[in-house]
Design a protein around this ligand. Structure first.
Ligand code: DC
Length: 221
């Protein structure tokens, strides 16, 4: 029996690492929906199509071919995974993803992923809009300060220069923007289990998620 587990929440709450780890430990697929929005933002930005040009955006998205393969994102056959995690893409992915035309164009692609088997999906609206009937829904959150610290550490480990105050401000303004947009705002999905990870390390969070999933799946299947 295949199932979907969703993990929503703000930037830096640990969704990606948790979804990846949970998928690995349960032996199922991992769907990073943020990577899809990031890849689209990169493509539109490179084509010099801005957020005030919805007709051009819809046109561009009609012809685009996106594939998700082993954690990589391919746009028209080109692997863009290495180009989509920069502060610039953080910002523009948030802006493009607020547009209804962008969200509508990407809904099917996300939903189709459940045809390949059980799935741990993470994003901003996966439990509320993309997979409203998911077997288990989580909402991971953490204080803006804890999330900024993690983002800085993540980027430092990649050898990038970071500024904590700037990262904190960027996180706060992205939260505000993602939560107040009209199309699929970031919110706690109905029926989601809310987990605050501010004081938890990765292993503690993973154990908590895994125990919820196993308990619920046992009841369901
Ligand atoms: O999770 P992330 O930081 O990689 O996501 C990048 C941007 O994409 C984020 O600002 C909001 C948007 N996003 C979204 O609107 N809906 C999703 N399901 C996933 C991401």
């Amino acid at each position: 029996m295949s199932y979907v587990v969703t993990i929503d929440g703000p930037a830096g709450a640990g969704k990606s690492s948790m979804a990846r780890a949970l998928a690995k430990s349960l032996g199922v697929h991992y769907l990073d929906t943020g990577a899809i929005y990031r890849a689209i933002a990169l493509m539109l930005d490179e084509s010099e199509i801005n957020i005030n040009q919805p007709e051009l955006i819809s046109e561009a998205l009609k012809d685009i071919k996106m594939e998700l393969r082993n954690g990589a994102v391919l746009v028209n056959g080109v692997d863009v995974s290495g180009l989509i995690r920069t502060p610039h893409i953080d910002k523009i992915a948030s802006e493009y993803s607020a547009l209804k035309c962008v969200r509508d164009a990407l809904l099917n692609l996300q939903q189709e992923q459940q045809n390949f088997g059980s799935l741990i999906a993470e994003g901003r609206d996966v439990g509320s809009v993309v997979f409203p009937d998911a077997a288990v829904k989580f909402y991971l959150t953490a204080s803006p300060e804890a999330r900024a610290k993690r983002r800085c550490l993540e980027r430092e480990l990649k050898g990038e220069k970071v500024n904590y105050q700037e990262t904190l401000q960027a996180i706060k303004s992205r939260d505000k923007f993602d939560s107040s947009r009209e199309a699929s705002p970031l919110k706690v999905p109905d029926g989601a289990i809310v987990i605050d990870t501010s004081e938890l390390n990765e292993l503690e969070t993973l154990n908590l998620l895994e125990s919820h999933v196993k308990k619920i799946l046992k009841i369901l299947f």
